[in-house]
Design a protein around this ligand. Structure first.
Ligand SMILES: NC(=O)c1ccc[n+]([C@@H]2O[C@H](COP(=O)([O-])OP(=O)(O)OC[C@H]3O[C@@H](n4cnc5c(N)ncnc54)[C@H](O)[C@@H]3O)[C@@H](O)[C@H]2O)c1
Length: 273
C-alpha cells in the first residue's frame, strides 16, 4: 500500500546492512512514502556491498560513517544536506547495535570492560554524538523527527541480552534528555521505538535467539512485530501526524511489554509437567 506521508521530507538512515536489517525495511517504506534520504553505515559494513542494491532501488546515495566518529558524522551531515538539495533535514533513523562481549561470548558476570565501553559507544553514545553533531551544525528543521531502535531489556532482565541492556538503557535516556534540549531549542522531537525480537544479523547474535523469538511470539497477544511493521511505525513517527510525541520510549511489540503471562505459555508449562 503506497501513501505519500513523507512527501518532501529529507533524512538520513543509519544501519541498513542486508535485506533483514530493520533499517533496510525503513528505507524501502520511507521511499514508498515519498521521502528522499541518504543511507549510511560503517565503512566495514559497506564493504559487503549489499547496501548499493538498496540505494539503487531508493534512488539514494551511500555515505560511509563510523557513527562513533565525530568527523565522520560532520561529513555525513554536510554531504547529506548538499546531496538532498541544500536545506536542513527532517528525519533520522539510528538503527545501530553491536556488542563485542556478545560477539565473543563473554558472560554478563565476566565482562571485558574495554568491550563494554565499545558496546556503549557504538550502541548508545553514537546516538548522542549524531544528535550533538546535528544540533551544533543546525542541520535539522523545526519538527524534525529522530528515532533510535531499542529493546525491553532496558527495563527488565533478559539474561542473554548481556551488556546490550546497559546500552539500551543509556540510549533511551539520551532520547529523553536530548529530546528536552532539542525540543526547547528547535522543536525537534526524539524518541526510541522498543521493537519485538526480530531475526536480523544483530538479533541473531543474542544467545538462544530462536527460542527467545518463539517465547515472545507466544507471550504477545498480537504476536511479534516484524521488521516491516516496525518500518511502517517509523514512517508514521517521521510524519507530521505525530508532531507532539517526543522523549518517549514507544513499545512496538504486539503487547509483550504489558502481558504478565499468556494462555499459550501456560499450556506449554502444563505439557512440561
Ligand atoms: N533484531 C532485533 O531483535 C532487535 C530488537 C529490538 C531492537 N533492535 C535494534 O534495532 C537496531 C538495528 O538492528 P537490526 O536488528 O536491524 O540488525 P543489523 O545487524 O541489520 O543492524 C545493526 C547495524 O549497526 C551497524 N553498525 C555497527 N557498528 C556501527 C558503527 N560503528 N557505525 C555505524 N553503524 C554501525 C551495522 O553495520 C548494522 O548495519 C539495533 O539498534 C538493534 O539493537 C533489534
Amino acid at each position: 500500500m503506497s501513501n505519500q506521508l513523507l512527501e518532501g521530507k529529507k533524512g538520513i538512515i543509519f544501519g541498513a546492512l542486508d535485506e533483514q536489517s530493520i533499517a533496510w525495511k525503513v528505507a524501502e517504506k520511507a521511499h514508498e512514502a515519498g521521502a528522499a534520504f541518504t543511507l549510511t553505515n560503517a565503512p566495514i559494513a559497506l564493504r559487503m556491498g549489499k547496501i548499493n542494491e538498496l540505494a539503487a532501488s531508493c534512488q539514494s546515495e551511500v555515505i560511509a560513517a563510523d557513527a562513533t566518529n565525530i568527523e565522520d558524522l560532520e561529513n555525513l551531515f554536510r554531504q547529506s544536506m548538499e546531496i538532498l538539495g541544500g536545506g536542513k533535514l527532517d528525519f533520522i533513523l539510528h538503527s545501530i547495535g553491536m556488542s563485542p562481549n556478545v560477539r565473543k561470548n563473554k558472560a554478563y558476570t565476566g565482562l571485558n570492560y574495554d568491550f563494554l565501553a565499545k558496546t556503549i559507544d557504538i550502541s548508545a553514545l553514537s546516538f548522542h554524538k549524531l544528535l550533538q553533531t546535528a544540533f551544533t551544525m543546525d542541520a535539522l528543521n523545526e519538527w524534525a523527527s529522530v528515532l533510535a531502535l531499542s529493546y525491553i531489556a532496558a527495563q527488565r532482565a533478559f539474561p542473554g541480552y548481556n551488556d546490550m541492556a546497559e546500552a539500551k538503557a543509556t540510549l533511551e535516556s539520551i532520547a529523553r534528555s536530548f529530546g528536552y534540549h532539542y525540543g526547547k531549542a528547535k522543536k525537534v522531537r526524539i524518541n526510541t521505538i522498543s521493537q519485538s525480537p526480530t531475526m536480523t544479523t544483530a538479533g541473531s547474535g543474542v544467545s538462544g535467539f530462536d527460542a527467545f523469538i518463539d517465547y515472545a511470539e507466544k507471550m504477545s497477544p498480537l504476536g511479534n512485530a516484524s521488521a516491516e511493521d516496525c518500518a511502517n511505525y517509523c514512517v508514521v513517527m517521521f510524519s507530521d501526524l505525530t508532531r507532539m510525541i517526543t522523549m518517549q520510549n514507544l513499545f512496538h511489540d504486539g503487547g509483550f511489554s504489558q502481558t504478565g503471562v499468556s494462555e499459550a505459555i501456560m499450556e506449554l508449562m502444563g505439557e512440561g509437567k
